[in-house]
Design a protein. Structure first.
Length: 198
């Protein structure tokens, strides 16, 4: 007589990701998760205690998925910052349910752009930007913040079906913001230098 496969935390989270990506957060309930694994609701409650605790764990899984999506190497990319920005926008278009769960739900727990700027994971990206564009660390952070605000806004529109996804338009817009911000910062630096000398 065969024994039933054990329903692990990982299996529950994988099922949750499938449901979330296909049908959105409103479909994340104990009954749907149990049905996806052909089991009772007992394993979910045993491992997580409640659906809300399960959603908190699923948020961490979705966040890791998003980070891997953004950092996927692109051999054709000439500018790593713009490449990451374009993937962020594409994520909003391709993974609308996940994007809304990550950034437009109560699971975000009040994190903001300033928190992101202090993230240890961001430090290598800012160092590359600083070196490649010949910027100070403060300027690199300002360029990143300008890009982040733009890509997040665009991705939000896409995730909520407010506009069609146009990769060429997105690339052009990000280039303008990226190089325009660098140019403005360099101009400010030159003006400040002149004022100091005067």
């Amino acid at each position: 007589m065969s024994t039933k496969p054990k329903i692990t935390k990982d299996l529950l989270l994988e099922a949750g990701m499938r449901i979330l990506r296909k049908d959105g957060e409103n479909a994340l309930n104990a009954r749907n998760i149990a049905a996806a694994l052909s089991c009772s609701t007992q394993p979910l409650l045993y491992h997580f205690g409640s659906v809300e605790a399960f959603k908190d764990a699923l948020y961490q899984r979705a966040d890791a998925f998003h980070t891997a999506y953004l950092m996927e190497p692109d051999a054709a990319a000439t500018n790593p910052m713009l490449s990451i920005g374009l993937r962020y926008i594409r994520f909003g278009a391709e993974e609308g349910h996940l994007f809304r769960f990550l950034f437009q739900s109560d699971h975000l727990h009040g994190a903001d752009l300033r928190d992101l700027m202090q993230s240890p994971q961001l430090a290598p990206i800012l160092q590359i930007l600083q070196r490649e564009a010949n910027l100070t660390s403060k300027q690199a952070a300002e360029v990143f913040a300008a890009l982040e605000l733009a890509v997040h806004g665009y991705a939000s529109f896409l995730a909520n079906n407010a506009m069609p996804y146009d990769p060429a338009y997105a690339a052009g817009m990000l280039s303008l913001i990226f190089y325009g911000t660098i140019g403005a910062l360099k101009q400010q630096e030159g003006t400040h230098h002149e004022e100091t000398l005067g």
